[in-house]
Design a protein around this ligand. Structure first.
Ligand code: ATP
Ligand code: MG
Length: 612
């Protein structure tokens, strides 16, 4: 079926007010913040009744023990995350509700109900069992965003095997690293993608089968047809009763700061996944929800599959690549109401301009959220202008397994801030000894261990795991941040990226945000470059807006512009124009590569680099 119009729902889109708050804060190390980065600018928008209505009350009274009531347990305290995501909806009235709107790269739409996913995953679960897959075995999913990706993820979890998500754009090296390290037994893939395994299979002694979705004519030795194994399998399956601490998925981090780490999460995560989806993404029964992240990354697995399905939401998936027109058309045609995306995508949409937005009807949208990188205030302002909605930034990591800091709908947004810690978690800023810092002081962003979705291991690397806990009493995220007097948290940079220039500590994010406020600049990556006099100087790499010509005058203008936005020492003394910035395949700017290239140093692990 081609995308067609559905009846449109009325929303209260487009009404907002801005107001000014009291004084903001500055970093203890120097006043480098201007108004837009200190909490003086506040955006408030009521978007109807939110799932989490009273933040303060929930912070004071919420307990994870209470949250267990929202989860369906199996006998004897056992649990299965996939049971909660799919099977329980067979008995709670959602059996015939659409679980998945799958739009392929040619814009054909197919819809699948919870019942469809239930039977399809039962069959595949049985098929995997008959191939010898047992609890704890690693089965990897190397698929584009098609139905079978979703079915596979659920089926693997249902039988108690460990799901290994892989991004479909990975090349052979990235695949070898992950499949070898995890000792994967099966990879589920397509005829187009399986060729990337051809040259590396001989390096993978534990790989028993490659299961191929579609076109049986392409099968070679060791490869079996998905359709064939599924067609012979029963649609009745008893879901595996898992201990809450049994592994659910093994996912490798983005590789932004170094070699990707194999993070192990457990079935107990579903409690955190469920609650945060409810609070932060605010999903309600009638929502049509689109998470643009690929399930090869943690956002796509947690908030593209488990979290929304546990809440019984209808999820949209789009196989096609990023393109402003296709994205807007999708929102328009499917009447998407809640949209979870990333700063890079939003910056690209901003680059595509305001005009194109007017060609689509986006007025079903009621809530937009963003994660993965710092969200520049300019992007939020632009979002207010073109979508009439604020974009809600939130912070978490592959390791945290769920959102921990967020601009939940009910709280006013301070553009540039990641928001406030969610109920049930203690996130704060400390010094290297673990002492909590006062408001306004730059330090380490840490979390008190004990939230349900915290990583349980780094796969077969206990030493790496221990490194996260080197600050006594805390899980250390590797990020630097500060907290303001209202309890909002402000991202400064990766701990390794913070620049020390003439005795002042400057975060790359604030400089990048100031740069993209200049109309000629669409993207910026900022590093510290060693300098005899100042220790480091700030060097910026920028991408210019469409049609803008580079010349010395423009560069001077950009420098002057940022100088006005920031404290004098925080402006970039050097600016280099580039056609693009190096990014991970999940879309994050790789500042460590900019730095390595600038200094002529080794580039380290580049398996995550998007070099298409
Ligand atoms: P690696 O750990 O392999 O270097 P990575 O840290 O990019 O890669 P992820 O777990 O995908 O891997 O990303 C988590 C990181 O992304 C956070 O530690 C933080 O640096 C960044 N991040 C996520 N959300 C935000 C946000 N809202 N604001 C600022 N930074 C964010
Ligand atoms: Mg990380």
């Amino acid at each position: 079926m081609k995308l067609v119009e559905k009846p449109r729902k009325e929303t209260n889109n487009g009404k907002h007010s801005k107001e000014t708050a009291k004084d903001g804060q500055s970093l203890s190390s120097g006043k480098t913040m201007n108004n837009s980065r200190t909490g003086k600018e506040i955006i408030k928008k009521q978007s109807g009744q939110a799932n989490l209505e009273n933040y303060e009350l929930a912070r004071a009274t919420f307990s994870w023990e209470d949250a267990k009531k929202e989860i369906d347990y199996l006998a004897d305290g056992k649990i299965n995350a996939a049971y909660n995501a799919v099977d329980r909806h067979i008995h709670n009235g959602r059996r015939n509700k659409v679980a998945l709107y799958a739009v392929d790269a040619k814009n054909n739409l197919s819809s699948f109900t919870f019942q469809d996913i239930y039977y399809l995953s039962n069959r595949l679960g049985n098929a995997l069992k008959s191939l010898g897959i047992k609890k704890g075995d690693r089965v990897f999913v190397f698929l584009p965003r098609i139905l079978e990706l979703y079915v596979s993820t659920i089926a693997i979890a249902k039988i108690g095997a460990v799901v290994g998500p892989l991004f479909s754009a990975f090349g052979p090296d990235a695949l070898r690293d992950r499949l070898l390290d995890s000792e994967a037994k099966i990879v589920i893939t397509t005829p187009e993608l399986k060729v990337k395994l051809d040259g590396i299979k001989s390096d993978l002694p534990n790989l028993e089968y490659v299961v191929v979705v579609g076109n049986e004519d392409t099968l070679k030795q060791g490869e079996i047809s998905y359709e064939e194994i599924v067609s012979g399998a029963s649609e009745k399956l008893e879901v595996a009763a898992m201990d809450p601490e049994d592994p659910l998925y093994l996912l490798y981090t983005s590789g932004t700061t170094g070699k990707p780490k194999g993070v192990v999460h457990v079935h107990n995560d579903i409690i955190g996944q469920h609650m945060t989806t409810k609070w932060v993404l605010d999903l309600k029964e009638d929502d049509v929800y689109w998470c643009t992240a690929d399930p090869g990354w943690v956002t796509g697995t947690v908030y593209g599959i488990f979290g929304p399905w546990s809440n019984g939401a209808s999820v949209v998936t789009f196989e096609g690549r990023f393109d402003a027109a296709s994205w807007y058309a999708l929102i328009d045609k499917l009447h998407i109401t809640v949209w979870y995306t990333a700063p890079t995508a939003l910056r690209m949409l901003m680059k595509a301009g305001d005009e194109i937005v007017t060609q689509y009807s986006l007025n079903t949208l009621r809530h937009i959220a963003s994660v993965g990188e710092p969200l520049n205030p300019e992007v939020i302002r632009w979002g207010m202008k073109v979508y009439g909605l604020p974009i809600h930034d939130n912070w978490w990591q592959t390791e945290t397994g769920m959102q921990l800091v967020a601009n939940i709908p009910v709280l006013p947004i301070k553009p540039g801030s990641m928001g406030k810690p969610l109920p049930g978690v203690h996130v704060t800023v400390v010094d290297d000894n673990g002492e909590e810092l006062e408001a306004g002081q730059l330090g380490r962003l840490v979390v008190r261990p004990g939230w349900p979705s915290m990583l349980r291991h780094v796969w077969r690397n206990e030493e790496k795991f221990k490194e996260y806990f080197k600050i006594p009493g805390w899980y250390f995220s590797g990020d630097n941040a500060w907290r303001d007097e209202d309890g909002y948290l402000w991202f400064v940079g990766r701990a390794d990226d913070v620049i020390n220039t003439a005795g002042h500590r400057v975060g790359p994010f604030e400089v990048e945000s100031a740069l993209v406020e200049h109309p000629a600049v669409t993207e910026a990556g900022v590093i510290g470059k060693p300098d005899e006099e100042r220790g480091e100087i700030i060097k910026a790499f920028i991408v210019l807006a469409n049609g803008v010509k580079a010349n010395d005058e423009l560069l001077t203008d950009i420098k002057e512009f940022t100088k006005r936005q920031l404290a004098a020492h925080a402006y970039p003394r050097e600016i280099e124009i580039r056609d693009s910035l190096p990014k991970t395949r999940s879309g994050k700017i790789m500042r460590r590569l900019l730095k390595a290239w600038e200094l002529g140093l080794p580039t380290g692990d580049t398996s995550s680099l998007d070099d298409d």
